[in-house]
Structure formats: C-alpha cells, structure tokens
Write a protein that binds this ligand. Sequence first.
Ligand SMILES: *Cc1c(COP(=O)(O)O)cnc(C)c1O
Length: 389
Amino acid sequence: MQLAKRLDRLPPYLFVDINQKIAELRAKGEDIISFAIGDPDSPTPSHIIESMCQAAHDPSNHKYPETGGTEGLRRAIAEWYEKRFGVILNPDREVLPLIGSKEGIGHMALCFIEPGDIALVTDPGYPVYSVSTILAGGESYSVPLKEENDFLPDLDAIPGETADKAKLMWLNYPNNPTGATAGLDFFEKAVHFSQRHNLAVCHDAAYTEVAFDGYHPPSFMQASEAREVGVEFHSLSKTYHMTGWRIGMVVGNAEMIDALFRVKSNLDSGVPQAIQQAAIEALRGPQDCIVEHNVVLQRRRDRLAEALNRIGLRAKVPKAGFYIWAKVPQGYTSVDFTKKLLAETGIAVTPGSSYGKEGEGYVRFSLTLPDNRLEQGIDRLLAWYRRDK
Ligand SMILES: *Cc1c(COP(=O)(O)O)cnc(C)c1O
C-alpha cells in the first residue's frame, strides 16, 4: 500500500499532543476545564428541531437531495441576506447550500488551485484555507495578521508579483482565532486589491451574528462590486447553534458558485432535506435566540477578559466571535504555556501556533463552556496567579 504524498504535506496536528495529555489527566480522575472547544454549549433552539422532526417524517425527504439544495432553502438564504445585510441575491445563481461551510471552503480550492498555484491565506487563521490549498497541490502564501494592525492584513505589503500569481485570497471577519472585526472600508479595499491582481476573494463570515455591545458586523457582499470578485461563506452552525447538523451556504459571484456546484455535484449529493427544512425555519423563524445567545456570551466575555488581564495574559475584549485571543507571558511559547497551564491548573486552551506561525505567542480561550465551568476556570486562574506571585 502506498499513500499519496499529499498526505505528508498536511501540517502536524499540534493538538494531538495536548489532547493526549488531557485524556491522560482525565483518566487519572483530574477535573479538566476546557476552554479549547469552539462549539456552542447550549442546544439548537427547539422550534428548529421541531421543524426538522416533522420534515423527517415526510417520505419525499427520504430520497437523495439535490446538490443545489431546495428552492425553498435558496430563497430563504437570499431573503435572510437581504433582511440582515441589505444584499440582494439571485437565489438560483448566487446562492448554494453547503454541508457546513467547512465543506465548501475545502472544495473551493479544487475550483482554483492547480499544482504550484498560490492562495493568499491570513495567518493566524482557520486551518482549512491552507490545508485545502495543499490538498489541491498548491502553496499557501501567509499574509500575517499583526496586533499593531488590529489583526487586519496589510494588503499593500504583499509583493506585487505574488499577488499577481495568486488565484485566491482567503479572509475571515469576525476572525477566528483573533476576535478581530473588519469594517466595510476594509472589504472595499480587499475588492480593489483583488481587481488589481485578478484574484478571487473568499470571505468566511461564520461569526457575523455572534456579536456584542450592539455591534452588527458587515458582510463582504455589502462592498461595492464584491460579487464581481468573490463569494462569502456563511453557516448556521454558530448563528443558530447547529454545528452538529452540518449546514452552511456560499453566496455571491455566480461563476465561482457554478464552479463549486460542478465540483460538489460530482462528490456529494447535497444536504439531507430534513436539515434543509430546519435551516429554512432557522432563517425565517423568530430570531430571539441570537440575542439570547449573545447576552450569555457577552457576560462570559467580560468575566474572562477581565480575569485574564488581571493575571497578565493581555487580551483585547472582542466585539464579536466566541474567542479571546490572549498574549502568553514573556519567555513562553504558545505550546509551553498551554502545557504549563494544563499541568498546574487543569485548564485546557488552544495554543495560538496551531493557527499558523503568526499565532505564536498567543493562546485562544473559547467562551463556549457553561457559566459554572467558566467561573470555576476563572477561580482556578486567579488562585494560580496568586500562588505563583
Ligand atoms: C466554525 C467555523 C467554520 C465552520 O463552520 P461549519 O459551517 O460548521 O462547517 C468556518 N469558519 C470558521 C472561521 C469557523 O470558526
């Protein structure tokens, strides 16, 4: 048996080591509090589940779905974009449901990247952008996200010939893992940049609905001419606590969406229809759950950010997303600090370096753990700090 070389090009999964440590400690009976998981801790709202259950009883939903999704879902997505962002989409040409946005993000590379091609990928970043580039045979060019630039890429610092050669540019705001947000002015800049260098933009907007202090993050599609140059990936996962159901969407440039449709129609048969029905209910039904989730997360954000800054883990208070990106103390790498924290407090976090080399020197705390666990975690951190001093 001989596996393909592309598997060797996949980056080492830094978390394996730490996950193993967590498993060992738990086996010894230690109570590990995990701030490492980015997955909502409360269930999918019940009106969404009800609608899925009803649809599951309908035999017409027991058949193969269509790759392009039901017309009803495509319309519901277009209506949601209009209501939320004022963006008008053609539901037949500019909308495509996905089996979770991760699926579409992964497959989009196959539409653009040939062996040796370049994708511009922000670093630190959600790992799928660079991994899908590698699996398609290409190379990702790291565009650093620096704290002094508010974790926005300095597009003008990308060498002109690299930008000319690149086929794709990946962006993600509100950003995972840094918690940074981008205004419409940045998206306009990104459109101009991609026009100048003839590259396609993929914006990942998974967190636009997870936002605080009355802030409503914009969509990349609101930028003028955005649909000439790119698409936006979105998801019901974070918005409606539907990570387990696997449903997302891509909207925008019709040619890119058709290309992705052609790849997907040869690989998958779309989203199970009962889940599409649940998505329609989520998008069209009452939206109170979004506000309720954000109230809870905002309180957790305030509690944790305050505690982290108190113990010298310098952290900005994010306006959106469910992560706090904290600087580790001087003298530690991300992984060293993650291991020390786990060994001495039983608290698990994600080392920033697992999101790219620019993530070195940071750790990511997720807010998606129950309030009482978060409070226990904060108590442990404060006690640990006092003991160490
Ligand atoms: C969670 C997440 C996704 C994936 O969401 P799914 O729709 O569940 O696949 C995409 N991008 C980022 C940045 C995420 O954090």
